[in-house]
Design a protein around this ligand. Structure first.
Ligand SMILES: CNCC(=O)c1nnc(C(C)(C)C)o1
Length: 313
């Protein structure tokens, strides 16, 4: 990855009566623009997200989506849907007077990138995607009900601990009740347990520093509440919508590179492969020694190679 840099501009954009979004610009003000779409949803951006792009070639735009990161009000679920964020991305593009831009996103960021591109294909120069996630019921079931639990039994035991046995047949719904409880301690304890499950399973080799992020009250609250809100609503999409041939036909012409960890248990390779089957024009790299995280060496290396390759488009 490129060395860490600081933004040359930070700002906010009011997108509704409720939501004001934080965004920042770094790299080359006259470079080719790229929008970075963070994961979660609710994960927010961090300073290392700037490092996937050449600071000489790219005007790097990081956006904290509704309720995420430095956007306000934090963790707000009001007017917070996939399609509200797609509209926000367009508002930001117009605010920055950008005609077309590269789009980069991993995990939920890949979901949002596909939803944005299928909604506004004429605004997308290229797509670099990692850990493909399309919010199908099968994907949610694998990670939150019966799948990843077989590979990380000790972390799974901690994940189910706050949930009474009779409610464990639907973990997303059970957590929805606790994440929206009237009791603040119940909410934050559930948010930390939800977040810890994802942080503990995001890398092939468990990273204690990554897991420790789940102990940050503000991060955990936003990450857990917003993720769970989207998942109980199936991402506000038809099941499999982003993989439908009619939707892929809208973006088939857009250059796209996908980086997918072989041992990604959060967003397993089966979805990236399903995308390749319906969109054979994409380049799909399955990284033999990586999991879900963009920061794992094998994933990061190919992501940087992809942004370097697309910079001159
Ligand atoms: C199911 N959510 C996967 C996702 O989008 C995601 N995984 N980790 C992240 C952060 C790096 C933002 C914490 O986001």
């Amino acid at each position: 990855m490129f060395p860490e840099i600081q933004p040359y501009q930070t700002s906010t954009l009011k997108v509704s009566d409720v939501h004001t979004l934080y965004y920042e610009l770094s790299g080359n003000p006259d470079g080719t623009p790229v929008i970075f779409l963070h994961g979660g949803p609710g994960g927010g951006c961090d300073e290392k997200d700037r490092c996937f792009f050449s600071p000489h070639k790219y005007k790097i735009i990081l956006l904290d989506q509704r309720g995420s990161g430095k956007s306000t009000p934090t963790a707000s679920l009001e007017d917070n849907t996939t399609w509200d964020i797609v509209k926000d991305i367009e508002k930001l593009r117009e605010e920055l007077k950008i005609e077309k831009w590269h789009v980069f996103g991993g995990s939920w960021g890949s979901t949002l990138a596909l939803a944005y591109a299928q909604s506004h294909p004429d605004r997308v120069k290229s797509l670099v995607l990692r850990g493909i996630f399309t919010l199908r019921k099968s994907e949610l079931r694998f990670f939150y009900q019966d799948g990843a639990s077989h590979l990380f039994p000790e972390a799974w035991e901690e994940f189910i601990a706050p949930i009474p046995e009779p409610e464990r047949h639907d973990m997303i719904l059970a957590y929805h009740a606790q994440l929206n409880s009237a009791d603040e301690d119940t909410r934050i304890n559930a948010a930390k347990a939800w977040s810890k499950w994802e942080m503990a399973t995001s890398k092939l080799y468990v990273d204690p520093a990554h897991v420790a992020r789940a102990e940050d009250d503000q991060f955990a609250n936003a990450f857990a509440r917003i993720e769970n809100h989207y998942f109980v609503n199936d991402g506000f999409m038809r099941d499999g919508q982003l993989l439908e041939e009619q939707e892929i036909d809208k973006i088939r012409h857009i250059p796209c590179i996908v980086v997918q960890g072989r041992y990604d248990v959060v967003c397993p390779a089966t979805t990236a492969y399903a995308l390749k089957k319906v969109w054979p024009e994409i380049t799909l790299h399955i990284v033999p020694d990586a999991g879900h995280s963009s920061r794992e060496a094998g994933n990061a290396k190919l992501l940087v190679e992809a942004t370097n390759q697309f910079a001159d488009l």
